[in-house]
Design a protein around this ligand. Structure first.
Ligand SMILES: [Zn+2]
Ligand SMILES: [Zn+2]
Length: 156
């Protein structure tokens, strides 16, 4: 019976109760977690190292191994900041060539504060006269675009 007592004494009573993906505040990104249930002994044993707040479940990041209260699972990753006008202008040509509809590029540019006429002439400068228009939904594209992102139709 003695080995059994030693195993308990080492705090092996934590058990896994769940797992999944969460936003780890320490890593600052999406990570895999394991949710564990800690008994009193385990919690007391770890209290100086890991501030769990209360005895019960905790969530452990499988990348940085930090432990959090289960409320961390309610946190959502902060939305990425909207691209700046400079970024939009720098990436517009590439996005057009990757098949992003001209209308979407214009919408992004004007949303970022660019004058509509300037946005139009900027895009026109990239696509020249070769723009393709989807016969099904009316979105228009750079001449290298192959399929419509709006409806999936092949562009001719
Ligand atoms: Zn982490
Ligand atoms: Zn279409």
């Amino acid at each position: 019976m003695i080995p059994l007592i030693i195993i308990f004494g080492l705090g092996s009573r934590q058990k896994q109760v769940g797992e999944g993906q969460f936003f780890c505040p320490r890593c600052g990104t999406q990570r895999r977690y394991i949710q564990k249930q800690a008994n009193r002994y385990f919690t007391v044993f770890f209290l100086p190292v890991v501030p769990l707040g209360k005895i019960g479940d905790f969530v452990e990041c499988q990348t940085c191994h930090a432990a959090f209260e289960t409320t961390v699972l309610n946190f959502k990753a902060p939305p990425p900041p909207p691209p700046s006008l400079a970024q939009l202008l720098n990436t517009a040509k590439e996005r057009l060539e990757r098949g992003t509809p001209i209308e979407y590029i214009l919408r992004d540019m004007t949303a970022a504060g660019l004058d509509r006429d300037i946005a139009h002439s900027t895009v026109t400068n990239f696509v020249k006269d070769g723009r393709k228009t989807c016969s099904s939904c009316g979105l228009s594209y750079h001449p290298v675009a192959k399929t419509c992102q709006g409806c999936g139709k092949l562009l001719s």
